[in-house]
Ligand binder design. Structure first.
Ligand SMILES: [Zn+2]
Length: 180
């Protein structure tokens, strides 16, 4: 039996062969039921790893993950592939979250300074964008009279005569609640 294929680059074959040898050696250390694998077994596992292009690091992680729980059977190549696929999915999802966060940070690093009182709006926008939603535009100062300090519509809330950075919570509730 051979794993050689005319369309397989030699470095890929070398990597999956290393991955197979790594998986088999590590499994043997962890599980006395595993055979000591000879070259034919390594080649057979490598063939199964070929399409997924399993790396030695991925193979070692998969074996560790498999034996981190009680297992009725010794590990099989398909178990390794399953675990590698799910690790890659998790990694892709994490990369996606990181990319979104980097984009938001880049956007917020906009050199145009903004008045401090807008910050509470940005925090809400950020939270909404992270959650995958776009917020409707919220007026900076609600077009309602503040029930707390009686600030006029569109005017800043005040505490003891000083302008606040953010509206009173009761005013925000009234402004963002259901309105006709
Ligand atoms: Zn107020």
């Amino acid at each position: 039996m051979t794993t050689t294929d005319l369309t397989t680059p030699p470095d890929v074959l070398r990597i999956v062969t290393q991955a197979a040898a790594t998986a088999l050696a590590k499994a043997r250390l962890l599980d006395g039921r595993m055979p000591v694998a000879g070259p034919a077994t390594v080649a057979a596992w490598a063939e199964i790893f070929l399409r997924t292009r399993v790396t030695p690091a991925e193979a070692a992680q998969a074996v560790a993950a498999y034996y981190a729980q009680p297992q009725p059977w010794p590990i099989m190549p398909g178990d390794v592939l399953d675990l590698v696929h799910s690790a890659r999915r998790t990694q892709a999802e994490r990369a996606d979250v990181e990319r979104t966060r980097a984009e938001l940070v880049a956007r917020r690093a906009d050199p145009t300074p903004r008045p401090k009182r807008y910050d509470f709006i940005d925090a809400a926008e950020l939270a909404a964008e992270l959650a995958g939603h776009k917020l409707p535009a919220v007026p900076r100062w609600p077009e309602t009279t503040c029930p707390w300090c009686e600030a006029h519509p569109g005017k800043p809330c005040t505490t003891a005569g000083r302008e606040r950075d953010t509206p009173h919570p009761t005013r925000l509730d009234a402004a963002t609640g259901d309105q006709p």
